[in-house]
Design a binder for this molecule. Structure first.
Ligand SMILES: Nc1ncnc2c1ncn2[C@@H]1O[C@H](COP(=O)(O)OP(=O)(O)O)[C@@H](O)[C@H]1O
Ligand SMILES: [Mg+2]
Length: 388
């Protein structure tokens, strides 16, 4: 079966698309990544997504319009990707579209007098199915929340299938807007897999760069700016006192915490320590790497022997993050996911192709040990392609 996976994470930098050939069923699943690409968001749409995701006021009408407009964009991205992969959409059996997260509250909070958890990914799958003629699975997270889980993380199921090793303890690290890890002890059983968000990945770096460049730059390509900055150990120490790092897993975070409010905090800290822009970008970059190291030292390596850290996501292209990880984790081999066959930028999109495949075959694909759900759930909702 040919399956297209589409992912847009908290960075809202664009839509990553992966084409996979998948057959069989776990534990004898055969997967092959055939191609991957990325399609940028139009600037106006990105701005609106970030505004809404930062929880600025939005009317029900605007949200509804944004959902359908994004569906058009995702549908267009699927068609454009098929063209690039030189494969007619007709030949593709299924799309898995994660959608754009604009709100995620995995743990219940009081809402109108009752504890409520919820999540919302937009980019209407019915539009994607109609535009492409390909049956589309979307809305993966709610089914897990409905069973008492946090609705995240979902990629651990895929990490388990791809990276579980009989002799090696492994951690899979994805550096998107937020950094998250999946811990796969040696010869792990599904119940032994655990996963959580360690803290920021590119979100703080991107926010600082966009702030200092007044919107002319979006990210610190190859850590060019951070490399020109000075180290400010006292400022870094202060960053490392972030209470999120000490919270026991399972835990997840997002733009609600590491968004604009955090940027203001960073800028104030920068003024206090007389940091130049590049000094602060450097500190945020090193903080990002060390928050992952902190999570491993605090919650993982005391319990489980880890041999390899497999890194994916856009932050895998940041040489300063990678160097810091390697330096601070003696005894652990830090390697890129491409070394194990999946390019850094295709990993999450590939994961949603696989999750859609499982859903289509009516198999559960949450890992209750990772999400906290009471039971396995078949994830997602299916929008069928119009009949021929
Ligand atoms: N060459 C690079 N150098 C440094 N950072 C990079 C590079 N390429 C991508 N990134 C970072 O990766 C981010 C996108 O990562 P991605 O995995 O797409 O995150 P998300 O899943 O949140 O969309 C960019 O915003 C940028 O910060
Ligand atoms: Mg992205």
């Amino acid at each position: 079966m040919l399956v297209l996976g589409m992912m847009s994470g908290t960075s809202a930098d664009g839509i990553d698309v992966a084409l996979a050939r998948i057959s069989g069923a776990p534990p004898n699943l055969n997967t092959k990544l055939l191609g991957h690409t990325s399609i940028k968001f139009p600037a106006a749409l990105r701005k609106e997504i970030l505004r809404v995701a930062e929880q600025h006021p939005v009317t029900g009408g605007a949200l509804s319009q944004l959902n359908f407009r994004l569906g058009e964009l995702f549908g267009g991205a699927a068609i454009a990707s098929c063209r690039k992969f030189r494969i007619p959409p007709m030949k593709i059996a299924l799309i898995g579209s994660h959608g754009q997260t604009i709100f995620h509250r995995g743990k219940p909070v009081n809402f109108l007098g009752r504890p409520t958890a919820s999540t919302l990914q937009i980019g209407e799958p019915a539009i994607i199915a109609a535009r492409t003629g390909i049956t589309t699975v979307g809305d993966f997270r709610p089914a897990d929340i409905a069973l008492g889980g946090q609705g995240a993380p979902l990629v651990p199921y895929v990490d388990y299938l791809l990276y579980r090793h009989a002799k090696l303890g492994r951690v899979s690290l994805n550096l998107g807007g937020i950094a998250n890890i999946t811990v796969l002890p040696r010869a792990a059983k599904p119940q032994q897999v655990f996963a959580f968000d360690t803290g920021p990945a590119n979100m703080l770096i991107d926010a600082l760069v966009a702030h200092f460049a007044r919107g002319h730059l979006r990210f610190d390509e190859n850590a060019r700016l951070a490399s020109q900055g000075r180290s400010l150990p006292a400022l870094l120490d202060e960053l490392l006192r972030d209470p999120y790092l000490k919270l026991a897993p399972p835990k997840s975070t997002g733009r609600e915490y590491y968004g604009n409010t955090y940027l203001r905090k960073l800028l104030a800290l920068g003024r206090r320590y007389r940091a130049k822009p590049n000094d602060l970008i450097r500190a945020a970059t090193i903080f990002t790497a060390l928050s992952v190291v902190d999570a491993l030292n605090r919650f993982v390596t005391p319990k489980t022997k880890i041999h390899q850290l497999i890194v994916s996501g856009g932050g895998a292209h940041n040489p300063l993050i990678l160097a810091q990880l390697s330096a601070a984790l003696p005894g652990i081999e830090v390697l890129l996911s491409s070394r194990l066959g999946i390019p850094e930028d295709a990993k999450e999109a590939f994961a949603f192709a696989l999750l859609a495949y499982e859903t289509f075959h009516q198999r559960p694909s949450n890992l209750p040990s990772a999400t906290g759900a009471r039971a396995p759930a078949i994830l997602g909702k299916i929008s069928y392609a119009p009949p021929h």
